[in-house]
Design a protein around this ligand. Sequence first.
Ligand code: 13P
Ligand code: SF4
Length: 332
Amino acid sequence: MTAALPLTDDVRRVTAPYYERVRQVIPEIEWGVHAPYVAAINKLKKERNAVILAHNYMTPEIYHCVADIVGDSLALAREAAKTDADTIVLAGVHFMAETAKILCPEKTVLIPDLRAGCSLADSITGADIRLLREKYPGVPVVTYVNTSAEVKAESDICCTSSNAVKVVESLGVDRVIFLPDEYLGRYVASQTDVEIILWQGHCEVHERFTAQEIADFRRDHYGLVVIAHPECPPDVLAASDFVGSTAQMIGYVETKRPGRVLMVTECSMSDNVAAELPDVEFIRPCNLCPHMKRITLEKILQALETMQPQVTVDPAIAARARGAVERMLQVG
Ligand code: 13P
Ligand code: SF4
């Protein structure tokens, strides 16, 4: 860890507009630590012709103050595919950075901490898919983007939580193998007539929510609107008023403006939306993703200074994985 950067008058001045964006959720004393990094990152990313793509689970000082593009997994993949920057800094987890590299093999893709993994990505390997194909010959494999490049390379098409039903139905078949998130797969099965063959991967953050917890929050907070990510267990989704990807959840709150809302997902997302919508009361059971939380301003700056760590994907694997990701992007 390097020494904290100094908070000079110049830094205060150039970062003042950024503080306005986050003052609802970041106390002034804490901002004094973030501000020098915000100033340094915003300067250096221009010099490097770099774009910072940040997932909706990043903390507010990343999401609102240094990111060029924020969004769910699908939006980040789309933006990676069309950026003309030389360097992509992926403020998110490893599979997201790998997806960016798969789509843009000629660009430098940095992830501020290579250890930012995902329990879903760790739940399945390419060899598992080859065995499933032997067991279910001819049945197409739909793979959630929360997987390694090696797994994507063995798949027919990828999906995200925002387009999973559409992707499954786009194949025009009666049955698909859906990997690796069991709960997202069960949710898709509840929305379509296509038969879904499941795998038993889970998100270590969303699997911890319970229907009892939701009932307790509803009892304690009159008029509460509950919106959930489809990685949650089925009884949690059944107890919710709306189910959608992280971007769809944000869109719901922005358009419906509920008085009180519980976002059943990683807790930084409520902070990010609360910073923009002070009239909405957010009830926050705090389940943190330990992988997402490895990404900090300090590590983003270090990545831009050193141009490390870079994400690499074997070109032969990347070429096969690209087919599955591009097929998904074509579904729209
Ligand atoms: P989204 O695609 O909805 O952003 O989800 C990604 C993720 O990792 C959720 O845990
Ligand atoms: Fe993976 Fe869950 Fe973290 Fe999303 S929240 S990156 S699915 S472990």
